[in-house]
Design a protein around this ligand. Structure first.
Ligand SMILES: [Zn+2]
Length: 167
């Protein structure tokens, strides 16, 4: 009974906003692709508020030699100073690592839309347990781009997560 209710609620809530999720995830994906073309990790993120793009960013670990510059962190840095984040949605092509999940909780970001969690499980359940509305798209393009990168550059990927598939 509970399961049915959850399923119906998710369905009715999810369906009308799926096109919006897809279009913003495409912007995050374009950021991931840009990073890939620069020789970096193909992980992109965008911050949205009231249907408007606030900022976009991508992983810059290789480009800047900056271990903290994950896609989500770069996006949040580009968004600059803000007094509140509760009405914002962060889109990220890959499930957030613990550092980025921490930033999401620290800033009180209300919703996170995750492109995929197949190549890296990240912290979807943890964020949900802390009250963040997490939408998992399992987007085929995000899965293919990240999966291809991990196969091509296993050492770079291992460095980005410090050899920890589950932080
Ligand atoms: Zn991260």
């Amino acid at each position: 009974m509970t399961l049915t209710l959850v399923t119906l609620t998710s369905y009715s809530f999810f369906m009308p906003i799926r096109p919006e999720h897809d279009s913003f995830m495409k912007v995050a994906y374009a950021q991931a692709l840009k990073s890939h073309q620069e020789g970096g990790l193909p992980i992109g993120a965008v911050l949205i508020e009231k249907g408007q793009l606030v900022a976009a960013g991508h992983n810059r670990r290789v480009q800047d030699g900056d271990p903290i510059a994950h896609g989500e962190m770069d996006c949040l840095r580009k968004a600059g100073r803000r007094s509140r984040y509760d009405q914002t949605t962060l889109y990220t092509t890959l499930s957030p690592c613990m550092m980025c999940a921490g930033a999401i909780l620290q800033f009180g970001i209300g919703r996170v839309v995750v492109g995929e969690d197949r190549n890296f499980p990240g912290n979807v359940d943890f964020l949900r347990s802390r009250g963040v509305d997490v939408v998992l798209l399992s987007d085929a393009a995000c899965i293919a781009l990240m999966g291809g990168f991990i196969q091509e550059h296993p050492t770079l990927w291992d460095e980005d997560i410090a050899g920890r598939e589950r932080a």
